[in-house]
Ligand binder design. Structure first.
Ligand code: FES
Length: 451
C-alpha cells in the first residue's frame, strides 16, 4: 500500500493506535466529517470504532517482558487462529487493543486472490475510513505474525472484507489462503492508513487508478462513495495482466449497472478472450461488459481516456513500479499533485522490500544491542533491522513490512542504520532517532529501543 500518500505534506502523520470500542457512538463517523453510509442508519448494533491516533504502535515500551501477549492479551493470542467458533457465538469481551474477528465467508476472486469476510463476534459495526487497512495477528506454528491488509468493504457494516493475493514464497498470505476456514477466529489490532477518502480532501470528480491487488482499498473508496449516493463523478481505471487476473470483475459490472456516475476502464496487458470472458460470466448476466483495452498505462492512454484529468482527484494504488509510472504521467501532464494520493502498500504485500533488504546482508559482522530485552548479538551488517528484532524475541510489530503503516517504529539510540523509508515519521521523531525497522538495515554497531 503507499508512499503512502501524496501529498504527504498535507496529512497528519500516521497513526497506528489501539482499537477502541465506541459503544456510545452509534452511527457516528470517526472524523465527524464522513457521511455515514445509508445502511448504517438502519442498523442498531453497536459500532466498533477503529480510530486513528497517535502511534506508539507497539506500546511495547511499557512491557516488562518480551512476550507478545502485551498487546493482544493472553486469551486473544491463544485464540488467534484455528479456534472454531461454536454455533452460537458468545459476546466478545472487547479489549482496547484487540478485536476478535470471525471468518463468515471466503470467495475466490481470481486464481490467486480471495476475499475473506469477517464479522465481529457480537455483531458490532465496523467503523473505518475507506481506503484504510487493518493489522491482523496470525499465529503460524507457534509464532505470531502481524500483517496489514487493505479493507475492500465499506464502513458502518457488520462485516469486514479483506481481499488477499497469494505471494510467491509469501508466508502469511499463503497461509491464510490455504488454512483459514469458516468459523475461524483472527485477532485484529487496529485499523489505520492515511490513504483514505475521508482524510484526503477530494473533488467531486475522481479518477481511481489501481493495478493488481491494489484495487482493494480503491474499491472500498468507490463503493463507499456510491453507497452514500454521492453525486461524485467516479472514473475507475484498473490494470491487470489479463482477464484471469481482474479482481472484483463481477462486482464492478454490478456497480456500473447500478450507478450512472461510475465508469470502469480495464487496461489489460493481454486481453485475448476478454469478450468471451464477459459474455460467459454467469455471475454478471444482464450486466454490461466492462470497457477495456489492451496495453500498459501511458501518458497517451491517460490523456485519451481522461481529457478532463485536471478536474479530478486521483487515488492510486498498486505495485511500486506501476505507481511511479502513473505519478510520472501525472507530473508530465502538469497535474496538480495536491490532488494526487497514492498508496504503495498493497495488502499483504509482501515482503519484497523486506526481501530486498535481507538480500543486502553482507558477510561483515556488527553488534545489535536491545538493552530492554537483553539482546546483545553479533549480526550480519546490512541485515534487516525488523527481522533481527523479530528473530531475537523483541516484541515489535511489522504489519505492512513496506515502510507505510508505522507499526515497526523503534528508536536507534546509538549507532548507524540505513533507511529506505521514513513514511509516517514526524520530523521530531526522525530527529530523536526513530526509524522504521522494516525499512532499515544495520550498518554498524547499533543500540535500539522500542520507545
Ligand atoms: S511494518 Fe509497517 S512501516 Fe514497518
Amino acid at each position: 500500500m503507499s508512499s503512502s500518500k501524496t501529498p504527504s505534506s498535507t496529512l497528519t502523520p500516521p497513526a497506528l493506535k489501539p482499537l477502541k470500542l465506541n459503544s456510545a457512538g452509534l452511527g457516528q463517523s470517526t472524523t465527524g466529517k464522513e457521511k455515514p453510509a445509508p445502511v448504517s442508519s438502519k442498523l442498531q448494533a453497536p459500532k466498533l470504532n477503529f480510530a486513528l491516533g497517535g502511534s506508539k504502535s507497539t506500546g511495547s515500551s511499557k512491557l516488562a517482558t518480551p512476550k507478545l501477549s502485551f498487546s493482544l492479551g493472553e486469551t486473544a493470542v491463544k485464540s488467534v487462529v484455528k479456534t472454531v467458533v461454536k454455533k452460537h457465538l458468545k459476546p466478545t469481551t472487547w479489549s482496547p487493543t484487540t478485536t476478535s474477528l470471525v471468518l463468515v465467508k471466503r470467495e475466490l476472486e481470481t486464481h490467486d486472490s480471495m476475499s475473506f469476510t469477517f464479522a465481529a463476534a457480537d455483531q458490532t459495526l465496523f467503523d473505518f475510513k475507506p481506503g484504510q487497512f487493518v493489522t491482523l495477528a496470525i499465529e503460524i506454528e507457534g509464532k505470531t505474525h502481524y500483517r496489514a491488509y487493505s479493507i475492500s468493504s465499506v464502513p458502518q457494516q457488520k462485516q469486514l472484507r479483506l481481499t488477499i493475493k497469494r505471494v510467491p514464497d509469501g508466508l502469511v498470505s499463503n497461509w491464510l489462503a490455504d488454512n483459514l476456514t469458516i468459523g475461524d477466529n483472527l485477532s485484529a489490532l487496529n485499523i489505520a492508513g492515511q490513504f483514505n477518502s475521508s482524510d484526503c480532501q477530494h473533488k467531486s470528480k475522481l479518477l481511481l487508478v489501481s493495478a493488481g491487488c491494489g484495487i482493494t482499498p480503491v474499491m472500498s473508496i468507490a463503493k463507499t462513495l456510491l453507497a452514500q449516493d454521492s453525486d461524485a463523478d467516479i472514473e475507475f481505471l484498473h490494470c491487470a495482466r489479463d482477464k484471469d487476473n481482474v479482481i472484483f470483475h463481477a462486482e464492478m459490472q454490478t456497480l456500473i449497472a447500478q450507478h450512472n456516475n461510475f465508469k470502469v476502464q480495464l487496461l489489460l496487458e493481454n486481453s485475448d478472450g476478454f469478450a468471451n470472458f464477459s459474455a460467459n460470466d454467469n455471475t454478471t448476466t444482464n450486466s454490461p461488459a466492462l470497457a477495456h483495452q489492451t496495453g500498459m498505462v501511458s501518458k497517451d492512454v491517460i490523456q485519451q481516456l481522461y481529457p478532463d484529468l485536471q478536474d479530478r482527484t486521483i487515488f492510486l494504488c498498486g505495485p511500486v513500479g506501476f505507481m511511479k509510472a502513473v505519478e510520472n504521467i501525472a507530473q508530465e501532464s502538469d497535474f496538480d499533485m495536491a490532488n494526487f494520493f497514492q498508496e504503495s502498500f498493497t495488502p499483504a504485500a509482501d515482503n519484497k522490500l523486506q526481501d530486498n533488504i535481507t538480500s543486502g546482508a553482507s558477510a561483515a559482522s556488527v553488534m545489535l544491542y536491545v538493552p530492554d530485552f537483553a539482546v546483545e548479538k553479533e549480526v550480519a551488517q546490512g541485515s534487516s533491522l525488523l527481522e533481527l528484532l523479530e528473530n531475537n524475541g523483541v516484541p515489535i510489530i511489522g504489519a505492512c513490512r513496506a515502510g507505510v503503516c508505522g507499526s515497526c517504529k523503534c528508536k536507534v539510540t546509538s549507532g548507524e542504520v540505513k533507511s529506505t523509508s521514513s513514511e509516517t515519521l514526524t520530523a521530531a521523531e526522525i530527529e530523536q532517532g526513530v526509524v522504521l525497522a522494516c525499512s532499515s538495515t544495520v550498518e554498524g554497531d547499533v543500540t535500539v529501543a522500542l520507545s
